[in-house]
Design a protein around this ligand. Structure first.
Ligand code: F6R
Length: 357
């Protein structure tokens, strides 16, 4: 039930801090230590390469999963769009392990890959919000994202839940391998939950930004570098699917290699700046599009913020910034759709579970 909320999407956006806290408690044992099924841990430790397979928003969570597995657990990881992987399989490593990420657990494109890799004799873990779903039943192992039912077609809390589970899992694998990770994942995710809350508390400000930058535009660009680029892909997907504004996420440095030709007077460009090592360069990219007339808006993380930034979210661990940074993007999309009179929870042409290839 959506209760007093006008839309499921807004309700689900606002549930995110609670979902993160729930995930922590579901994966904590009675001594407060993070625990995953021993067999799952063993499979990951023994694999020489992880292959994450997913579609849409879950694929975007997979891109963050790669960063986590590689930077925290030192485990080489590839991320593939399921429908592409199926017909154009890359050369696999000697001991691959497959991780399927799917909110619904029913996505036909992902299932096609699962069936194929099972035939080849490989093991699979499904990270899903629906245990008992097809992808969960057919994989060797399931990890539950504990986000509660997601009703709005545009995925919000399932995405952040997937990333939270991936963060805990990568930290756990690092610990088993005795890698020094230098942070406490439980504590850092609790900081993330608080940061999410603080963004949600300022939703009126984001509504204003959304109205200001998107009221009459037909298109919009999201730019970021590194992990911010992956979040920009998700920000753009949210905006296009519910507001029908053509939106694209680009790597800040790649703009000048063609896409900048599309920038004209008042083209909205939303930039994300949450990564210290590229803070200067993403800001140069913003200057480049401003010089061509773009209507820009920088969303940054506390500590990296500068004077004209339109929205600043609280500081979180540098590998967990997507969980906080996506909240303003989800809200920008929500308000843009609302102002345009779109059916926020049930956008045209889309279904919650995509059970056809
Ligand atoms: C976007 C969205 C879709 C799904 C995609 C995969 O908001 O909902 O892109 O993420 O269809 O669905 P699942 O995660 O159920 O496999």
């Amino acid at each position: 039930e959506k209760g007093t909320y006008p839309h499921y999407m807004l309700k689900e956006i606002e549930e995110q801090p609670a979902v993160i806290r729930q995930i922590i408690s579901h994966y904590q044992d009675k001594d407060g230590m993070i625990q995953f099924d021993q067999a799952i841990q063993k499979e990951i430790v023994e694999a020489d390469r992880l292959y994450i397979i997913a579609c849409g928003t879950s694929y975007h969570a997979g891109l963050i999963g790669k960063q986590l597995f590689e930077h925290v657990a030192h485990k080489p990881t590839e991320v593939h769009v399921a429908s592409e992987f199926l017909y154009n399989m890359p050369l696999l490593s000697e001991k691959p392990l497959f991780i399927f990420i799917s909110q619904s657990g029913e996505t036909a494109d992902s299932r096609g890959v699962l069936v194929k890799i099972k035939q080849l004799g490989y093991k699979a873990i499904t990270i899903t919000n629906v245990p008992g779903s097809t992808l969960s039943r057919e994989a060797d192992y399931t990890l539950h994202t504990h986000a509660g039912p997601e009703i709005a077609v545009a995925s919000t809390k399932a995405y952040t839940a997937q990333m939270a589970v991936l963060a805990l899992l990568s930290a756990q694998v690092a610990t088993l391998n005795q890698f020094e990770i230098g942070f406490d994942p439980v504590q850092e995710l609790s900081i993330v939950a608080n940061a999410m809350e603080s963004v949600i508390d300022k939703k009126e400000k984001i509504e204003e930004i959304s109205r200001g930058i998107l009221s009459i535009s037909r298109n919009c660009f999201f730019i970021g570098r590194g992990i911010d680029y992956a979040v920009c892909l998700e920000g753009a997907l949210k905006l296009k699917e519910i507001s029908y504004i053509q939106a694209e996420g680009f790597a800040g440095g790649e703009l000048k290699h063609g896409t900048i030709a599309l920038i004209e007077k008042n083209t909205p460009v939303i930039a994300l700046a949450s990564q210290e090592h590229v803070n200067g360069s993403i800001r140069s990219n913003v200057k480049e599009v401003e010089a061509r007339g773009a209507n820009t808006c920088i969303i940054s993380m506390e500590g990296l913020d500068r004077n004209d930034d339109r929205f600043v979210f609280p500081r979180v661990h540098k590998l967990l910034t997507p969980l906080a940074a996506i909240i303003p993007f989800q809200l920008i999309a929500y308000y843009a759709a609302l102002h345009r009179g779109c059916d926020v929870d049930k956008p045209r042409n889309l279904a919650k579970s995509v059970t056809v290839e």
